[in-house]
Ligand binder design. Sequence first.
Ligand code: 6PG
Length: 248
Amino acid sequence: MAARSDRRVIVVADPAELASRAAERVLARIAENSERVAICLAGGSSPKQLYSLLVTEPYRSRIPWQRVHWFIGDERFVPANDPLNNMGMARRLLLDRCAPASNIHPIPTDTGNPNESALRYARELESFYGAEGLRPERPLFDIVFLGVGPDGHTASLFPDDPALEEAKRWVVGVPQAHVAPFVPRVTLTLPALGSCREMLFEAAGSDKRAILTRLLAGENLPANRARATGETVWLVDKAAVPENLGDR
Ligand code: 6PG
């Protein structure tokens, strides 16, 4: 597999097209892998439309649910049934409707603190992967979904936070979020998120335009540092991109 890829930005009309293009990309990645598939989901509100779409036809029947495993890129340190819990949202909209329970891999939050959760999740990921060290030719995930926050954070990797510099551990605790909701977080690190065949960012709506302008100008922000060992794709809708940008 190639070294760190460049990013491809695909501009779509609106959130509905964004969700259907993302769904097609999921199916394409699944089709490329005839064995066990690993998908790392994102939290926040951006992927909600995609999750709701995947339980509808024709997508639902095209997903081989028995061999697809679902992970989450970051979690808010709140109970699993708290409305703020990222995996809770993905479960309600998508996973609990279709996925076998043993294929759902939430970040545990019933621990003493975020670091303990991070350790437990790292062990779970390592045992799924079957090794302690990530190898570029054998990515951990088939596809990793990410969103971007107003400060350029992605997952729970915030600007200037030490978690961003983590080069060895796969998962770390983040004691303080830099944006709402202000609860501690647990996040996969850049090396773990980047170990994938495809990294797919989703950003829609005019609220994202200011941060996308900065990111597309190449500012050194977490979302710009997240790159796949495979392909990195940004799906953005027209309202989110600065005018006259087009595809790039
Ligand atoms: C979280 C997320 C976070 C999110 C971005 C974008 O726990 O909040 O994982 O990284 O993806 O903040 O959030 P929206 O999709 O809600 O804009």
